[in-house]
Design a protein around this ligand. Structure first.
Ligand code: 5GP
Ligand code: 5GP
Ligand code: 5GP
Length: 208
């Protein structure tokens, strides 16, 4: 459904752990450019309201145009790889994210700025470094939610929300990390509202 956004209150900046996307029941396909690095990848930058709801598909006429971001393509392939099947070059994923979410913040960030800003946020929040420095490694081991959250909070300065999914054996695992960002896309902020969803008491951090 298409919805015109008047405005929004903040962004969720969402990163995904590829090991947890791939070892789930639905499995994954590596992008045509090859297996991504063993690092968090961008899922998206999502405008949100502080009551927890969010606008989507705000401007169907503003379609994704790869020619506007050709200077960013190689960085997008590295930092925003697609893991959905069948294998793709990323254009379908970036198109989906732009059209569903990006068009809802286009009064603040035009297409090129939207992708560049999102890439910059990943540099500012190096989740893998934050976690490994705290001894939370993608080694298939189990960690507590508070250790995971604390490691990220220490490094980024703000509390994340951790979304879990389950591996093919049903174990709860670290899937996505949400951080909140101001409406300009420049700075992390305290989340006005957190998403919902439960993790197990022990959270697996699978290899990739
Ligand atoms: P799921 O239902 O798998 O959690 O989410 C499906 C999709 O809905 C996400 O990939 C994202 O596009 C959108 N979505 C889910 N939760 C939120 C949210 O809290 N805020 C926003 N802006 N989008 C969300
Ligand atoms: P969202 O959940 O953001 O609304 O939608 C994600 C969409 O992008 C789905 O249609 C999904 O198939 C596609 N997609 C392509 N690559 C990826 C990926 O690496 N991760 C996720 N979560 N979705 C992807
Ligand atoms: P508290 O507010 O005491 O930190 O947490 C309340 C409940 O929310 C607890 O069940 C806790 O496990 C859950 N919770 C807190 N932070 C997160 C998070 O980042 N992700 C998920 N999935 N649950 C959380």
């Amino acid at each position: 459904a298409s919805q015109k956004s008047q405005d929004f209150d903040f962004f969720y900046f969402v990163q995904q752990w590829p090991g947890s996307y791939c070892d789930s029941k639905k499995s994954c396909c590596y992008p045509t450019s090859g297996k991504p690095a063993a690092d968090f990848g961008i899922h998206g930058l999502w405008p949100n309201y502080k009551d927890g709801s969010y606008p989507s598909n705000c401007d169907p006429s503003n379609t994704f145009d790869p020619s506007q971001i050709s200077d960013l393509t190689s960085s997008l392939q590295t930092n925003w790889p697609t893991l959905a099947c069948p294998s793709g070059d990323g254009i379908a994923f970036w198109t989906h994210e732009w059209e569903k979410h990006g068009t809802c913040s286009e009064s603040n960030l035009k297409q090129h700025d939207y992708f560049e800003t999102t890439l910059n946020l990943k540099q500012k929040a190096n989740l893998l470094k934050a976690l490994t420095s705290a001894g939370v490694q993608p080694d298939g081991g189990s960690y507590s939610l508070s250790n995971i959250k604390g490691a990220i909070q220490n490094a980024v300065g703000f509390a994340p929300f951790i979304e879990c999914n389950v591996d093919s054996s049903g174990n709860s695992q670290l899937y996505q990390v949400y951080l909140c960002v101001d409406t300009s896309g420049a700075d992390f902020i305290d989340c006005p509202v957190f998403p919902h969803g439960k993790c197990g008491s022990e959270i697996e951090f699978p290899t990739f």
